[in-house]
Every structure is written in C-alpha cells, then in structure tokens.
Design a protein around this ligand. Structure first.
Ligand SMILES: [Zn+2]
Length: 309
C-alpha cells in the first residue's frame, strides 16, 4: 500500500506519520528530538527522520509533506519566517527534496493540523471551519468552502495577531493588544498573576492553572474565566468575518478544554449576529499533537493529486 510521509517540524522535535490516501496512519506517529542550531543541521535532522520512517513503510512512499510554524510560501516551498526554526527565506522543500530524493511539499503547521481535523477529527464533513491553537503563541488556519485559505502572502489565519484591545498588553510581534497577548502562555502568566496575585511571576503555567482548577481553586477558575473571555472575543471576531460552521481550539493549552471553551462560548453566543452566533460550534480539537504530521501527509497527497492534473 502506498503512503505519503507527513513530517511536523517543531523547534525541538520532528514528528513523522505514514499516511495512506484515506488518512489512515501506518504504525502511529513517531517523534525524534533534534538540537538543530542552523539550517543545515535542521535539514539533516528532517532527512534522518524521513529515512527512518521510510524504512518502516509497509510499501512505497510517494512523497513528503512538511509542516512548520510560521509564514510559508507553499508555491515555492519556502519558509519566509518562523518563530521556532532557524530559517528565514529558506527553500526548505527543495533542500529536503535534494536529501531524500522524494517530492516534498511545505505548509504551515496549523494549516496541516486543520487539514487533518477536517478529514479525521473535529471538523469532519465541514466546509467552513477555523482552527485556533494555543501554546507558546497562537496559531490559526481557515477552511473556506472546503479549501485551506492561505491568502495573498501566506499569512491568512494569523488569528493571534488580530487586535482585541488597541491599547492593551504588549505582544511579542511588537504590537499591542493582539489576541496572542491574552490567550497564549505569556498571557496565561500575566492574567494569572493579575487576577490571582498569589503566584510568583513565571510559575503560573497553563498546566499548573489547569491542575489547580481541576482541584477546585477558585482563583485558578477566575483566571481561566478571564482568559476564556478573551478567547471568546477573538472567536467572535472570526465568526463575524467568516461565519464558519465550527471553530476548533487545539494546541497544548487547548487541552484545558471546557475550562476555556465554556467562558469563550458564552461570549460567542452574545456577540456575532444571529444566526451565526447561535449555530457556530466551538469545540476542542480531536487529534492532539498528531494532527500536524497526519495533516502534512494529507497535504502531500493533495499535492500529488494536483500534480497529476
Ligand atoms: Zn501580535
């Protein structure tokens, strides 16, 4: 049986998945740590992961899909800028292709994750959907009329940098009041510190806040209520713009699930115009960290179909 090899390239790990054309994964998603400090080391680490995965394939591997965080130009296979990889205007697809001798296609990691969720997960059967990932930063992706929308410069879906408070908290992009400043890890820390005042700055992680909330800490619940409220503001803006069927929340901090989605939904049910606000579903992602690698494999299949005409 033929497989495409999906590769999720993270700042410290490379995850691979052998993906059949129907999305079935052979042998699960495998992760390898890497310590790449520059472009060449990263290409080497990716090529090694590809070779290892290819050796375990139960049949031919037809192509490779790469997914990574940042702005990518899918047409040229170039990483324009990435928050966690030592790449800038680098033709990653061509560099990896040269090493592994297979056709390589490149996409943004959240685009890949939404592709997987749309085929196999929380956005199954959906034609218009949005994905938001919460982690160190905020990622986003848009599915419009059944297709991932990449925009004119590959920047579409950067929901984290929508302005939700023009005079608000600083964002790592240099701006102020971006959604990311409230609902990614640094925002959790800041809001937790502000709301609760009980924790040392820097110790207030999403994981800790989730554990405290599960244990019934009123202070932690109050912080999550505030963070979820901001998330709801961001989602409401997206719903007003795109009127999707579903908004999926994923990423490491997205694992907090209903603790964040409950407060976010309450905002969404009030703000966008009806019937969008009543009908849009706000759901947790289903595929977890596997979504990037699986989606990258699906993107490789999609590209193969397009190339075949
Ligand atoms: Zn920003």
């Amino acid at each position: 049986m033929e497989h495409a090899l999906g590769v999720d390239v993270g700042g410290t790990k490379v995850a691979t998945a052998l993906v059949a054309t129907d999305g079935t994964v052979a042998g699960g998603v495998k992760e390898r740590r890497h310590g790449a400090r520059d472009r060449d080391e990263l290409v080497e680490a990716i090529a090694l992961s590809v070779r290892k995965a290819r050796a375990t394939a139960p049949g031919p591997v037809v192509g490779v899909g790469l997914a990574c965080a940042g702005t990518v130009d899918r047409d040229t296979g170039t990483v324009v800028v990435s928050p966690n990889l030592p790449l800038k205007d680098d033709p990653l697809a061509a560099l990896v292709e040269h090493e592994v001798g297979l056709p390589v296609v490149l996409d943004n990691d959240v685009n890949a994750a939404l592709t997987a969720e749309a085929r196999l997960g929380a956005a199954r059967g959906v034609r218009n959907g949005v994905m938001i990932t919460l982690g160190t930063g905020v990622g986003g992706a848009l599915l419009i009329e059944g297709k991932i929308h990449r925009g004119a410069h590959g920047c579409a879906g950067e929901i984290g940098h929508m302005i939700v408070d023009a005079h608000g908290d600083p964002c790592r992009c240099g701006g102020k009041g971006c959604l990311e400043a409230y609902v990614a890890a640094p925002g959790f820390e800041r809001i937790g510190f502000r709301t609760v005042g009980l924790f040392e700055r820097g110790a207030f992680t999403g994981e800790l806040i989730g554990r405290l909330a599960e244990e019934g800490s009123a202070a932690a619940m109050q912080s999550l209520e505030t963070i979820g409220w901001w998330l709801g503001v961001g989602i409401s803006n997206v719903v007003s713009l795109l009127d999707p069927e579903v908004v999926i929340v994923g990423g490491g901090l997205g694992n907090l699930g209903e603790l964040l989605l409950g407060p976010a939904r309450r905002v969404v049910r009030r703000h966008p115009l009806p019937p969008a606000r009543d009908r849009v579903r706000v759901e947790q992602a289903e595929l977890g960290t596997a979504a990037g690698a699986i989606g990258a494999g699906l993107v490789a299949w999609e590209q193969r179909g397009a190339d075949a005409g």
